[in-house]
Ligand binder design. Structure first.
Ligand code: 3SL
Length: 246
């Protein structure tokens, strides 16, 4: 297995389905979309359906009875008007999400998901399910894994690179090789911060943005908690993620 990392969707090379494309894509948005997805599926959501486009989400919402779906999303870190939930992993509690389809749109994370939706195996990963995702990849042995960060509106984010490095560490320990410099740098970042990932999340520019919006202490703790969940969110049809476990 060889592993590459792309900081944001815009850096993902063309030809994702071509001979040089990946066998598996792992989307990462530590603050906070892929952490929220992991917790929502762990807590019993039927599925998370991700939308880059809000009009498409609203159109899909019309085909679901109100009691069977929740609208989840943010722009700029704040909950969208008329939505049931924002994008906080501590809000997707079992009593709220059990059995429901979460129709979700976020500023960056769901765009990265959209970018790789044609890849035959798409997983999402955050720090709480790092080991579970690593174990799934080690078990399935895709030849080339592309990790794709979400960043912020096309720019680099520290926390997604941190998590890419955390996942790479587990894969390299099982024999994977590093395929690009971005992945090498992410590994170095992880070795710098692995003793205190929450501190890294807090100094990151998006961490600072969230702090500026108000008290997000519970989100930071939740997003920084390593290897807590066994859930592996996997795309089962374009844009739709369901829980599988390791
Ligand atoms: O950009 C995203 O997709 C979100 O995760 C951002 S936020 O943490 O909800 O502000």
């Amino acid at each position: 297995m060889k592993v590459s990392y792309f900081h944001v969707a815009a850096e993902v090379p063309e030809g994702i389905n071509g001979p040089n494309g990946p066998d598996a894509a792992v989307v990462i948005d530590v603050l906070r979309a892929t952490t929220t997805i992991a917790w929502a599926l762990h807590n019993g959501a039927e599925a998370v359906q991700a939308f880059a486009d809000l009009d498409e989400l609203r159109a899909e919402a019309k085909s679901w009875p109100d009691e069977k779906r929740l609208l989840v999303g943010e722009r700029g870190g704040s909950k969208l008007n008329g939505f049931d939930l924002g994008n906080s992993p501590v809000s997707v509690l079992p009593e709220t999400v059990q059995g429901k389809r979460l129709l979700m749109s976020t500023t960056n994370g769901t765009r990265s998901l959209h970018k790789v939706r044609e890849v035959s195996c798409v997983l999402t990963m955050a720090l709480p399910n790092r080991l579970a995702v690593a174990q799934r990849l080690i078990q399935d042995q895709p030849q080339h894994v592309w990790m794709v960060g979400s960043g912020w509106e096309g720019t680099y984010s520290l926390e997604d690179s941190l998590a890419a490095g955390a996942l790479a560490e587990s894969l390299v320990a099982s024999g994977a090789t590093i395929a690009n410099d971005e992945m090498q740098a992410a590994l170095a970042l992880w070795s710098q911060w692995k003793g205190n990932p929450e501190a890294c999340l807090r100094i990151a520019s998006h961490g600072q943005r969230l702090i500026g919006l108000g008290d997000h202490d519970a989100d930071f703790q939740c997003c920084a908690e390593l290897d807590k969940l066994s859930v592996v969110p996997m795309q089962v049809e374009p844009g739709v993620l369901r829980a599988t476990s390791c």
